[in-house]
Design a protein around this ligand. Structure first.
Ligand code: BTN
Length: 330
């Protein structure tokens, strides 16, 4: 109990320091705002410093946050987050197997709509169609969103396409890179994958209990960190632009963009998202090879997507085929 309160105070102090990043906050002010003694403030500041936060301490002025350990931390995303619902509850883990697995568990236990599971290191990431997803400590973003939309099951693939638009728009806003989307939701630049998206459902017969959207962004990973088979198909933003990005503001920017598009979608339906997705679509009008779960391969022209987000393929003999789930090859 005492330990829990101490952690709560430490987190509250760190939040204040993040929210006043460019200014000093006096020990007195912090103790009043948090409701603990000045000695307790001093002790928490000392612990934060030991954890790797660089906090300048000047007599008569107080404390100022100068730098934080590499990667994300519990507070860096929540302080200054500009969303209404999404990310208002963040479950942060320094290291974990899979944010997706944890989000599924939390959703099952009743976690609120908009809860975000986030980690600095994901050791057992899951990908689409049974693939694995490689993450790199402190240089990638791995997170899962728990959503509870009032939607029929057949509409939920639209959320995958919406997520792809949110991810591509975030990359463009944060880095200036204009990425394309390979159906349904791979974000590519120069043919290499920058983001992976995995959508899973908790549902009963016709009713959706929760949609779990997992997103992995390759942000600051050096290209040399990608092992050989992955190197030829994946890239990071840093490997393309040569720049490093602040992970916390990247996450904040994505959550704000996602929430904006999600509200648009819930009010106006997929018709408001479809043109945004189509503008970035790489396959439309092209000849493609489709590898379906179970190994079945189809070839044909990608004619478009329908209002449910299903890919419409036209085989060489003119037969139309609806593709619900697959890996696309060029
Ligand atoms: C894919 O392209 O195959 C989808 C990859 C999805 C990876 C993300 S990272 C965060 C979340 N947690 C997981 O275990 N997987 C997703």
């Amino acid at each position: 109990m005492v330990q829990k309160m101490a952690n709560h105070s430490k987190k509250a102090i760190l939040t204040l320091l993040y929210e006043h990043k460019d200014q000093f906050l006096s020990g007195q002010k912090i103790s009043e705002l948090i409701g603990c003694s000045r000695t307790a403030v001093w002790k928490h500041i000392k612990t934060l410093t030991e954890e790797g936060f660089k906090i300048e301490s000047v007599q008569k002025k107080g404390y100022k946050l100068m730098d934080a350990p590499d990667g994300l931390n519990e507070v860096s995303v929540s302080a200054g987050l500009q969303t209404k619902t999404l990310g208002r509850k963040i479950c942060f883990y320094e290291s974990m197997g899979s944010t997706q697995k944890e989000a599924l568990r939390l959703a099952d236990e009743g976690a609120a709509d908009g809860t975000v599971v986030l980690t600095n290191e994901q050791t057992n990431g899951r990908g689409r169609l049974g693939h694995t997803w490689q993450s790199y400590r402190g240089t990638n973003i791995a997170m899962s969103l728990i959503l509870r939309p009032d939607l029929p099951i057949e509409k939920t693939p639209q959320l995958t396409l919406l997520t792809a638009v949110a991810a591509a728009d975030t990359i463009e806003n944060e880095t200036g890179l204009s990425c394309g989307i390979k159906w349904p939701n791979d974000i590519l630049f120069d043919g290499k994958k920058l983001v992976g998206i995995l959508t899973e459902l908790q549902a009963e017969a016709t009713y959706v209990k929760a949609v779990i959207i997992g997103i992995g962004f390759n942000v600051n990973t050096e290209s040399s960190a990608f092992p050989e088979p992955i190197k030829s198909v994946a890239a990071s933003l840093r490997s393309i632009t040569g720049k490093q990005y602040e992970l916390a503001s990247f996450v904040q920017s994505f959550l704000a963009k996602f929430e904006f598009l999600y509200e648009l979608y819930l009010h106006n339906g997929f018709k408001s998202i479809r043109p945004l997705w189509e503008q970035r679509a790489l396959n439309l009008g092209k000849q493609i090879k489709v590898r379906q779960p179970g190994g079945r391969i189809l070839e044909g022209f990608a004619r478009g997507i329908n209002d449910d987000g299903v890919l419409l393929l036209e085989k060489a003999d003119g037969t139309p085929v609806r593709v619900y789930s697959a890996d696309i090859e060029w």
